[in-house]
Ligand binder design. Structure first.
Ligand SMILES: Cc1cc2nc3c(=O)[nH]c(=O)nc-3n(C[C@H](O)[C@H](O)[C@H](O)COP(=O)(O)OP(=O)(O)OC[C@H]3O[C@@H](n4cnc5c(N)ncnc54)[C@H](O)[C@@H]3O)c2cc1C
Length: 416
């Protein structure tokens, strides 16, 4: 290992939303930041439905203007079709506009979204090395660390860091090394997904419950026997379609394309929308979707975004939580660098801020699968049609306002 990789205040593993946002914050405070990203951007990534709670995070990161100018598809809310019921259950952020800066968000091609964030990290002063893979991290007494990373095809280098931010997404470089990453057997799901061209939009209906934007869409969620499907219109006539299915059950012996086609075939509405559409990428698969790290911080390091946990994509929370976590981690590490204290005790402030919203989402997701299991038509989503307070809490949840409404009350209403 060559020892000439340099020395930095902070080394960030991964340049996705979590890593880029941590880097933007730290570089913005004038710290020496290095981002090591294995891929060369733009690169495909799943996770395309964002949340209205993102606007204030985008402002903090200085990317609002770039995102507005990128031509992403406007998303106004979410629509559920549960258990073959004939009617839509539509929830629009515009019904309760006071909770959020703007009552809409975007559906994004992550390749472009993530590139905007990483470019911003570079503009803020971070050094960004793409095509660099982190192979290992060695933590030393006193908190400093050595990051071992290699540029494509070249021998590894060692890089010195006062703080390490693991933002490596599902690779979970640090939590796997430390044995902290635990799969959740109760949420044992597999996702198969692809993009299609020539597919229709599903525009929000005019419920008389707030303004509608021309060309806006929703995230559609439709259930099938062994799980659920998403339908997310992107730019032009491209849509993202995915199936999140039980990882046990009868379909497991099928090949991914076969199982995906089978799930679409069992979902009449999405099957019809895709009837004359053309699949433009091969089906991708992610298994063991859900996991949680025992801890999010240690002496000299933090875990951010999917490197700390991922539960399930049903509430489209991943990217928004990754940005939020990145900002919080950046703020906490900045304070630690100023005080020359990056001990676990000092960094725990970050974990204490980010865990509560994650735990609420966790519980909501257990409830979602309990509803699916019971095929319960009298579920919290259906009841929210006619119960205004429940509806309000629901919409705040679907819009990402995890600390803005009484979600504990919602959880109580949602319980089995
Ligand atoms: C099926 C599915 C559907 C989803 N749908 C949504 C959705 O609709 N909306 C939403 O908000 N979220 C969704 N998510 C979640 C979303 O994809 C993630 O939460 C989000 O990408 C997390 O961002 P991140 O920066 O933590 O990780 P990532 O975006 O995964 O970024 C990690 C980066 O680290 C790099 N990296 C990894 N290992 C190394 C290494 N050793 N060295 C250097 N670099 C490395 C990777 O190349 C990558 O660029 C979905 C997830 C799944 C599984």
């Amino acid at each position: 290992v060559k020892a000439d990789g340099g020395s930095y205040d902070a080394v960030v593993i991964g340049g996705g939303p979590a890593g880029a946002s941590t880097a933007i914050v730290l570089a913005g405070y004038g710290h020496d930041v290095l981002v090591l990203e294995r891929e060369r951007f733009p690169r495909f990534h799943i996770g395309e439905s964002l949340l209205p709670a993102g606007w204030e995070l985008w402002d903090r990161l200085g990317v609002t203007e770039s995102l507005e100018g990128a031509g992403f598809r406007v998303k106004q809310g979410i629509n559920f079709r549960l258990f073959g019921a004939p009617e839509d259950l539509v929830f629009l952020t515009a019904e309760f506009p006071d909770y959020f800066q703007r009552p809409y968000t975007y559906h994004v091609e992550r390749a472009r979204f993530d590139a905007i964030l990483l470019d911003r990290a570079r503009a803020a002063g971070a050094e960004v090395r793409q095509g660099w893979t982190v192979d290992d991290v060695c933590f030393h007494a006193g908190g400093r660390a050595t990051v071992v990373a290699s540029p494509a095809g070249a021998p590894p280098r060692s890089i010195q860091a006062r703080a390490v931010i693991d933002a490596s997404g599902r690779d979970c470089v640090v939590s796997r090394k430390l044995g902290w990453r635990k799969l959740d057997p109760q949420l044992n799901r597999v996702a198969h997904f692809a993009h299609f061209a020539g597919a229709p939009l599903h525009e929000p209906p005019d419920l008389g419950l707030g303004p509608l934007f021309a060309g806006a869409t929703m995230t559609d969620v439709h259930t099938v026997d062994d799980g659920w499907l998403w339908y997310i219109p992107l730019r032009g006539d491209t849509v993202s379609v995915g199936a999140v299915l039980d990882a046990r059950g009868q379909g497991v012996s099928m090949r991914p394309q076969e199982r995906f086609d089978d799930a679409v075939g069992r979902c009449p509405v999405i099957r019809e929308w895709l009837r004359s559409a053309r699949q433009v990428m091969s089906v991708q698969t992610i298994s063991s979707i859900s996991y949680l790290s025992d801890r999010f911080v240690g002496d000299g390091f933090v875990l951010v975004g999917d490197a700390s946990m991922f539960v399930d994509p049903i509430f489209s929370a991943g990217v928004t939580l990754a940005l939020r976590g990145g900002i919080m981690a950046g703020e906490t590490i900045h304070e630690g660098l100023l005080e020359d204290d990056l001990s676990e005790a000092r960094l725990r402030a970050y974990e204490e801020r980010i865990r509560p919203p994650m735990e609420r989402i966790f519980r909501m997701i257990y409830n979602w699968y309990a509803i699916l299991e019971r095929k319960d038509r009298d579920n919290v989503f259906a009841r929210a049609r006619t119960a205004p307070l429940l509806r309000e809490r629901m919409i705040v949840l679907f819009s990402g306002g995890y600390d803005r409404a009484d979600l504990d009350a919602l959880l109580a209403a949602d319980g089995p």
